[in-house]
Design a protein around this ligand. Structure first.
Ligand code: SF4
Length: 461
């Protein structure tokens, strides 16, 4: 009888990579691979890489170096470990990876991982495999469906990629080059995946895409669907009680999606809407295709549709040419919107992007000092937002056991982590929780009176 082989997938970067890592494991399951959390026990290690952060490529080579040590130790014991590099760095570096790192057996681009079983079989014969072309076939159609046990192990909240790629070409960003043009999955395919997740116990689905609200997949009626329409369809799936989506572009926030926030109970009132800068001059230099006022108008329209909507965002400080006045525009935007949270970074050049060639690069010290001021402003608003939860009853989707005995951890509608003493039978249920204490990273609460009896929660909408 052949030995069950083990795969360890190490995921870097965004939620799209986490989703891809799951789908790689799903696709390898029928080929006899089970997942392991320990690379030293694995027959196959996949590094699912991210190209977004500074020095991403060098970090990948350091990680390959660590895996090479494991590979050599296994070889000394007569065992082999195959090393695969996947994701955006694989896409961008392609053959250069096997040239620079001889320990790597295969390189698989972000559109090709459905071919992994076949590539592994070829690499087992000693060939170095590099597959980073953008194929014509539909990757999602070719992928093996996740097994029920694998879904259950991943918890009650799942990501589903509905859109990939980007046509926006912001001048600082590598995504249009590493992930290619915008492609949307058909509604039917997404509904089938979400139904499968719901049947295996998933209660919350976050639709993901680099430009998720540019979604335009083929609808069940044969016409292109919008994200708003897709969300309305998914809210009908029995068992799915919460829907979220990320990451959005302000320009693609259409009336239909805005209206969905007012009408769809399952659609959570928390929107991640990157703005990057509050200065029109910087937004133009970044090729963001929206102004500060456009962004504020979208926020106002969303709040008009649902008054309790909370927002998070992404910011870049020290983009080439940014002056103190430009930076002040960012600070005033933060105050104007009052974000519940945000990610902020110092600009760092990505090779191959237009901004990397721009004159007027801002000195590192200035960038660091601005980042500190921006983060202080963001933190102030985040704390104010969380403090306003004290004493409120929030609907919390209970996800898993907490650190303390008898404790469960869940999420509020606004994505805040909430810790509460509650029976395990409530995992997967939405329970009203009275917030008793506000910590720096999570809220603490007690089950409110009207907590439901353990049973399958009803579908949203
Ligand atoms: S819209 Fe987002 S993914 Fe597309 S280029 Fe701009 S920052 Fe990158």
């Amino acid at each position: 009888m052949s030995r069950v082989r083990k795969v360890h997938v190490k995921s870097f970067g965004c939620q799209m990579n986490v989703y891809d890592s799951h789908r790689m494991a799903d696709t390898l399951a029928p080929a006899g691979f089970s997942e392991t959390a320990h690379p030293e026990d694995a027959d196959l290690v996949i590094l699912n890489t991210c190209h977004i952060r500074e020095k991403a490529v060098e970090k990948v080579y350091s990680e390959i170096g660590r895996m090479r040590v494991l590979k050599e130790a296994a070889a000394a014991q007569g065992r082999s470990i195959m090393i695969a590099v996947a994701g955006c760095v694989a896409q961008a570096e392609s053959e250069e990876i096997v040239r620079r790192a001889s320990a790597v057996d295969l390189v698989v681009g972000s559109q090709n991982y459905h071919r992994l079983p076949e590539m592994i079989a070829r690499a087992a014969n000693g060939a170095k495999i590099v597959d980073t072309e953008f194929p014509v076939e539909d990757k999602f159609e070719a992928l093996a469906a996740p097994q029920r046990a694998a879904i259950a192990k991943r918890g009650i909240s799942a990501f589903v990629t509905v859109q990939e790629g980007c046509d926006k070409f912001c001048t600082f960003c590598v995504v249009p080059y590493t992930r290619g043009a915008e492609v949307s999955r058909p509604v039917k395919q997404i509904v089938a995946e979400v139904e499968r997740l719901a049947e295996a116990g998933v209660r919350e689905v976050t639709l993901i895409g680099q430009n998720v609200n540019a979604y335009h997949g083929l609808g069940e009626d044969g016409a292109p669907s919008s994200l708003g329409k897709l969300l309305r369809r998914l809210a009908e799936v029995v068992g799915i009680v919460r829907l979220r989506y990320t990451t959005s572009h302000p320009r693609d926030m259409d009336d239909d999606l805005i209206a969905a926030h007012g009408k769809l109970a399952a659609l959570m009132p928390y929107v991640h809407l990157p703005v990057q800068s509050g200065s029109d001059r910087m937004l133009a230099a970044m090729n963001r295709k929206h102004t500060r006022q456009d962004y504020l108008s979208v926020i106002a329209a969303l709040r008009a549709a649902r008054s309790d909507l909370a927002f998070s965002s992404d910011f870049i400080v020290g983009f080439p040419g940014e002056t103190e006045d430009d930076f002040q525009d960012t600070l005033t935007l933060v105050d104007e919107v009052g974000f519940a949270g945000a990610y902020s970074f110092m600009y760092s050049p990505r090779p191959g992007t237009p901004a990397a060639e721009m004159a007027d690069q801002v000195p590192a010290g200035v960038k660091a000092e601005r980042l500190q001021r921006l983060q202080a402003a963001i933190t102030w608003h985040q704390r104010a937002f969380n403090a306003a939860s004290a004493g409120r009853n929030l609907d919390v989707l209970l996800e898993k056991p907490g650190k303390l005995p008898g404790q469960l951890v869940g999420r509020s509608p606004y994505l805040q982590a909430v810790q509460v003493m509650a029976p395990r039978s409530l995992i997967g249920q939405i329970a009203p929780v009275t917030v008793t204490e506000v910590g720096s990273n999570s809220l603490f609460g007690a089950l409110a009176e009207e907590t439901p009896a353990p049973q399958l929660a009803e579908a949203g909408a």
